[in-house]
Design a protein around this ligand. Structure first.
Ligand SMILES: [Zn+2]
Ligand SMILES: [Zn+2]
Ligand SMILES: [Zn+2]
Length: 371
C-alpha cells in the first residue's frame, strides 16, 4: 500500500537551524496574543489544530446506487501485440519468442484498486523577518486575527500547494541583530583590516635581491579585493538597510493524502507493477466527507473502504481541516499468458488500460547467442 503522508514526513525539514548562526534572538519577537507558541521557523513548529466549527458539518451520505460491476477481458491479438512491442523495446532481446511463441492459455487475474484521497488544509506559524524598505508597520494597531480566521485562497481541490502570508497586525521594525543596526559587517577575507599580506612577496616588500616588490610597491601588504579596502561588507541579513521588518508568518499547506488498497491476486505478478497503470474506473465519489462504498461484491474492497474512510477522517481532522474527499474503485485487468517456444512453456503478463507487459523470465534476453 502506498502512503503519501509517510513519504512527506521523510522529507520534512530536520531541526531548526536553517537560518544558521545568524538567527535573531527571541527578544526581538513581540508578545502577540493568540500566537504565544510561535517559534523561529525551520519547520519545527507543530501544526495548529483548526477550531471546532460553529455548526456541525453535513453528515456523509452513501453514494447513489452502483452500476453493474462487470469484468472485461482482452483478446489474444491484443496480448501478442503488446508482447511484441515490449520485446522490441529491449534492443538486445530476440524478438523470436514474442513472434513465434504459441499461446497455450490466457487467464484473467483482474483485480480491484480502491483509492481514497483526502484533501486537507493545515496551518502553522513562525516568526520571520526581511529587510525593511518602508513596508506597512501595523503591530498592535489592532488585535491579530486567529490563524484560522485569515482568509487564504485555496488552490484547486486535490492539488498540493503551500502559501506564506504575513499575519496582519504583527509587523514591527527592529534594528538588525546581525549587524547591530550598522548595515555592514567586518569583511571576512581581511578580518576588517581592509588589506592583507601581499601574496607576491609574502609581506617582505622586496623580491629576490633588493628589488622592491612591484605588486605592493614595497608595502608588504595589498588592498583586500573582497571589500575594496573598506574592511567591511554589506550585512546580508538586512541587505545594508540596518533595520528589519519582523512579523509572524502564516504557513498554509494543502495536501492531497492519497492511499491505495489493491486486492491480492494470485497470478504471480508483483503488486508494485500496478502503481504505474490505470484501470477501468467502476466507481467515483467526491464529497466533503465520503461514506464507505456500500454493497461492493468483493469483501476485501468493502473492508478496505470502511477502514480507510474511518482512518482518514480520524487522522486528518486532528491537525488539519478536511476540505474534500474522493474515492474511486478501478478494475485493473491482468492477463497471464502462457506460451510455448522451442519446446518450453513460458509466461508473461499484460496488465492495465495501457497493456503494460511484464516478463521476468523472457527466454531470449540476448539476441547475439539465441538465434
Ligand atoms: Zn609585495
Ligand atoms: Zn576585506
Ligand atoms: Zn544587518
Amino acid at each position: 500500500m502506498y502512503n503519501n503522508q509517510e513519504a512527506n514526513a521523510m522529507f520534512a525539514p530536520q531541526g531548526s537551524n536553517f537560518q544558521g548562526p545568524s538567527a535573531p534572538p527571541s527578544s526581538m519577537f513581540d508578545n502577540v496574543p493568540g500566537y504565544e507558541g510561535t517559534g523561529m521557523g525551520g519547520g519545527a513548529g507543530g501544526y495548529l489544530p483548526p477550531p471546532t466549527p460553529a455548526y456541525p458539518p453535513p453528515a456523509p451520505a452513501p453514494a447513489p446506487t452502483q452500476p453493474e460491476w462487470n469484468i472485461p477481458s482482452i483478446s489474444e491479438d491484443t496480448a501478442r501485440e503488446a508482447f511484441g512491442l515490449f520485446a522490441s523495446n529491449h534492443c538486445c532481446w530476440s524478438k523470436a519468442p514474442a513472434k513465434d511463441g504459441v499461446t497455450t492459455s490466457m487467464d484473467a487475474f483482474n483485480t480491484y484498486r480502491y483509492r481514497l484521497e483526502t484533501f486537507t488544509e493545515s496551518r502553522s506559524t513562525e516568526w520571520d523577518h526581511e529587510e525593511y524598505n518602508g513596508q506597512p508597520v501595523d503591530a498592535y494597531t489592532q488585535p491579530a486575527p486567529g490563524p484560522w480566521d485569515i482568509h487564504v485562497q485555496a488552490p484547486g481541490h486535490f492539488e498540493d500547494h503551500t502559501e506564506h502570508v504575513k499575519v496582519p497586525y504583527t509587523s514591527s521594525v527592529k534594528d538588525c541583530h546581525a549587524c547591530m543596526g550598522m548595515g555592514k559587517k567586518p569583511c571576512t577575507e581581511c578580518a576588517g583590516a581592509g588589506n592583507k599580506v601581499c601574496w607576491v612577496c609574502s609581506g617582505a616588500g622586496v623580491r629576490t635581491g633588493d628589488d622592491q616588490c612591484t605588486h605592493c610597491n614595497g608595502r608588504g601588504r595589498e588592498n583586500c579585493s573582497h571589500c575594496q579596502g573598506h574592511g567591511s561588507q554589506q550585512c546580508d541579513s538586512c541587505n545594508g538597510k540596518r533595520q528589519l521588518l519582523v512579523y509572524i508568518k502564516l504557513i498554509v499547506k494543502w495536501t492531497n493524502n492519497k492511499e491505495d488498497f489493491v486486492v491480492e491476486q494470485s497470478s504471480g505478478l508483483k503488486v508494485e507493477n500496478l502503481s504505474s497503470v490505470s484501470g477501468k474506473e467502476l466507481f467515483r465519489d467526491t464529497q466533503y466527507l465520503v461514506y464507505p462504498v456500500m454493497g461492493f461484491p468483493d469483501p476485501a474492497v468493502a473492508q478496505a473502504t470502511e477502514r480507510l474512510v474511518r482512518d482518514h477522517q480520524a487522522k486528518y481532522s486532528q491537525s488539519s481541516r478536511i476540505l474534500q474527499q474522493r474515492q474511486t474503485i478501478e478494475l485493473i485487468p491482468i492477463t497471464k499468458v502462457s506460451y510455448k517456444w522451442k519446446g518450453n512453456t513460458h509466461t508473461y503478463f499484460v496488465f492495465g488500460n495501457e497493456f503494460q507487459v511484464s516478463a521476468d523470465e523472457y527466454p531470449a534476453t540476448c539476441c547475439c547467442t539465441v538465434m
